[in-house]
Write a protein that binds this ligand. Structure first.
Ligand code: ADP
Ligand code: F6P
Length: 337
């Protein structure tokens, strides 16, 4: 391939800029031309497509957000939108596209693949809920941000002998809660992948204070319920502690990416370009056991493909992401006093 494009889509994630930089600079060093598609799939369909050079991506490696901007554009779930997008790419002479985004963005990449247009998916989301990779770009930064926030809450929590319910993002995945909970020494981690009994949580809070704990930090994944709802459930179940709830919100999506996210983004971005250069599209890149890997985006579960299509054309996720429940078990051992 001689001319490729790159876009960011869905929720932004720290490290997306480092990935864009890697795609652009690697493409140029491979002798290819590279275009930026602004505002995700919306920009693809609208033709918001502009050539980038090495200096277009200078000074962005340290910045959160995405210089190409992002969009939520449900129209791309329709065939008409997808074909219009491909028409725009072809009009610009673009032969392959790197899609940096989360779960929804990958569905878009799958539709491009289905229509025969070469796309490479690159996992960019704080949620870490993408199949085919151990880690996503932005996850490490989000976990670090949450850990810093919990460290601060712990200070005030201890001073006042308070219980805190801290709601963290992750959509339906508990990864951010598990990693930030372990890293900040949480007393409880509540995630959607595991059931919990509210009476047990009430009991553990009570026992904790009796045994001399000065605080109770409960990290709650948003996929379970909101912090406000969880706090109310605790009170309804008899909790008598001095309770506060905090929703960390979009602070988790911003900020300068950690070294780990920058390096991951750089490796994935360069790998995606090498694949397109070799004429390989229709794959999602990822990191497995510290090595770059790629899986077909569309195909059978046996082939290791991320998605299959049902007879009526609906998307089926072959091997849905699973949070590492060993971490939940680890936290139970480490938080017991
Ligand atoms: P994320 O990529 O972070 O999961 P979204 O779920 O909002 O974020 O998806 C981002 C974009 O991907 C959507 O706004 C839409 O343009 C595209 N998209 C989502 N689902 C589909 C789908 N089923 N088919 C085609 N495109 C999709
Ligand atoms: O997918 C990333 C994410 O930040 C989720 O963790 C969260 O549920 C969602 O996006 C928030 O979306 P929005 O930015 O549309 O509020």
């Amino acid at each position: 391939m001689k001319r490729i494009a790159v876009l960011t889509s869905g929720g932004d994630a720290p490290g997306m800029n480092a990935a864009i930089r890697a795609v652009v600079r690697q493409a140029i060093s491979e002798g290819m031309e590279v275009f930026g598609i602004y505002n995700g799939y919306a920009g693809m369909v609208a033709g918001d497509i502009h050539q980038l050079d090495a200096s277009s991506v200078g000074d962005i490696i340290s910045r959160g957000g995405t210089m190409l901007h992002s969009a939520r554009y449900p129209e791309f779930a329709e065939r008409e939108g997808q074909l219009k997008g491909i028409e725009q790419l072809k009009k610009h002479g673009i032969e392959g596209v790197v899609v940096i985004g989360g779960d929804g963005s990958y569905h878009g990449a799958m539709r491009l693949t289905e229509h025969g247009f070469p796309a490479v998916g690159l996992p960019g989301t704080i949620d870490n809920d993408i199949v085919g990779t151990d880690f996503t770009i932005g996850f490490d930064t989000a976990v670090t941000t949450v850990m810093d926030a919990i460290d601060k809450i712990r200070d005030t929590s201890s001073s006042h002998h308070r219980t805190f319910v801290i709601e963290v993002m992750g959509r339906n995945a508990g990864d951010i809660a598990l990693w930030s909970g372990i890293a900040s020494g949480a007393d409880e981690i509540i995630i959607p992948e595991e059931g919990f009994a509210i009476e047990d949580v009430v009991e553990s809070i009570k026992k904790g204070y009796e045994k001399g704990r000065t605080h109770n930090i409960i990290v709650l994944a948003e996929g379970v319920m909101s912090a406000a709802e969880f706090g109310k459930a605790l009170k309804d179940a008899g909790d008598t502690s001095d309770l506060r709830v905090t929703e960390l919100g979009h602070i988790q999506r911003g900020g300068s990416p950690t070294a780990r996210d920058r390096v991951l983004a750089s490796r994935l971005g360069a790998h995606a370009v090498k694949l397109l250069k070799a004429g390989i599209g229709g794959v999602a890149v990822g990191i497995r056991n510290e090595q770059m890997v790629e899986n077909p985006i569309l195909g059978s579960a046996e082939e290791g493909a991320l998605f299959s299509l049902t007879e009526d054309g609906k998307i089926k996720v072959n091997n849905p992401h699973k949070a590492d429940l060993n971490l939940a078990e680890l936290n139970r051992s480490l938080s017991s006093i």
